[in-house]
Design a binder for this molecule. Structure first.
Ligand code: PLP
Length: 408
């Protein structure tokens, strides 16, 4: 075991929810891939906003509106810096990853023609499949799937063979929420660009573990949800290269996104406001910035080293249970373990774990094609964060053993 460079006990004190009990047991929260918990530092920012300067932004001349606008725009800059984005107006606030993907998919409606191809990886979240299917229905473009192998890795050779000058767009997640696989997105981006295709990377599951450098990746679009990275729900960001954001039409019409409106014609506001119609989630945006501050305060190198250690430990302990199979054994993984026990439905294991205060996810994890690939109804998924401990892993393993004894 490598020396943990941060103090786990101190970190856990930042998360008030970790003190609660569930069904009489201390909560063991292992559903971090669905949503992360929120540290007091971020909760304080949310409370301070509503106590001191709640106001609509970009409109009022009064002090509160100015303070709220400044804090919101400061958060945009924090996001820009965190992801090494060239310009703040390439950061579009969204309600989350799903919103960001739909915004881009909608924007491509007039840019695709019948017979154009779009490639999507076999391990996508439904939110990175369905909007593209809808786009293909609207445009006559064809959706093709980059296959994966038993280990849960993309078959890159086939991907390279699928590229041609009819491929216009490629979609892939940076990290799979169902398997934990870290995909070789730099290779995917570079090869796609060489073939003349643009790339959207769904970074929802990568953001809590990987500090992506979007300029060096040279990706065209990248999406993130704040709630998976210690921020609140209902806020996220879409990164788009300036040239793309200028080219794509607005997604929604309304206030904030216009330059001038008459009944004859409306002209749109400059970036980023063109894509931010209506009153945004002001508090959420500010809290998103605070969440990045919090994570960076700990340091992503430390976070990743610690989580990898938990992953390794949990993997080897769980595999000691006879009949347990892990889905997703890629060489590059984040701290997600999807598993089943032979002869037991994942839901039944999840129910018993919940009785013992352990929160895991069961089911298809919004990635039904992956479950079809393995021919299973779903999995039990334990996903770890930097505030989880080895003791919690031990309790998980003991609880899974107990569930197995009860159910078999
Ligand atoms: C969570 C997740 C999404 C969807 O995020 P929302 O916040 O629900 O919009 C998309 N892709 C991946 C890989 C995810 O993990």
């Amino acid at each position: 075991m490598i020396e943990i460079a941060f103090n786990i006990a101190t970190i856990r004190k930042d998360f008030p929810i970790l003190n609660r009990k569930v069904n009489g047991h201390p909560l063991i929260y292992l559903d971090n891939a669905a949503t992360s918990q929120t540290p007091q530092q971020v909760i304080d920012v949310i409370v301070a906003y509503y106590q001191n300067y709640n106001a609509n932004i970009h409109r009022g001349v009064h002090a509160l509106s100015q303070e709220a606008t400044d804090a919101y725009e400061a958060a945009r800059v924090k996001i820009q810096e965190h992801f090494n984005i060239a310009k703040p107006h390439e950061v579009i606030f969204t309600s989350g990853t799903t919103h960001g993907i739909n915004l881009v998919a909608n924007g491509f409606t007039s840019l695709l023609r019948p017979g154009d191809e779009v490639l999507v990886s076999a391990m996508e979240h439904h939110s990175n499949i369905v909007p593209w299917q809808m786009l293909c229905e609207r445009t006559g473009a064809v959706l093709r799937v980059i296959p994966m192998n038993e280990e849960g890795e993309l078959v890159m050779e086939q991907f390279h063979n699928m590229l041609s000058n009819t491929v216009k767009l490629v979609f892939c997640n940076h990290v799979s929420n169902a398997l934990g696989t870290v995909n070789p997105i730099k290779e995917i981006i570079d090869a796609s660009h060489s073939a003349g295709a643009s790339v959207l990377v769904d970074g929802a599951q990568a953001a809590p573990h990987i500090k992506a450098d979007l300029q060096s990746l040279d990706v065209d679009f990248y999406t993130v949800s704040a709630h998976k990275i210690c921020g609140p729900t209902g806020i996220g960001m879409l990164y788009g290269k300036e040239e793309w954001l200028k080219k794509l039409p607005p997604y929604q019409g309304g206030g904030e996104m216009i330059a001038e409106v008459t009944f004859e014609k409306t002209t749109y506001a400059d970036l980023p406001h063109k894509f931010e119609a209506g009153t945004p989630n002001v508090c959420g945006g500010i809290a998103f910035g605070a969440a990045l501050d919090y994570m960076n305060g700990i340091g992503f190198d430390q976070i990743v080293a610690y989580e990898n250690e938990l992953l390794e430990y949990a993997t080897s302990e769980l595999l000691k249970i006879e009949g347990l199979k892990i889905y997703g054994t890629a060489r590059e993984k984040t701290a997600v373990i999807s598993f089943n026990i032979k002869g037991i439905h994942p839901y039944d294991i999840g129910t018993i774990l919940d009785k013992l205060g352990i929160a895991v996810r069961t089911g298809h994890h919004c990635a039904q094609p992956i479950m079809d690939f393995y021919q299973i109804p779903g999995t039990v998924r334990a996903s770890f964060s930097f505030y989880n401990t080895r003791e919690e892993v031990d309790k998980l393993v003991a609880a899974v053993r107990k569930a197995k004894d009860m159910l078999l």
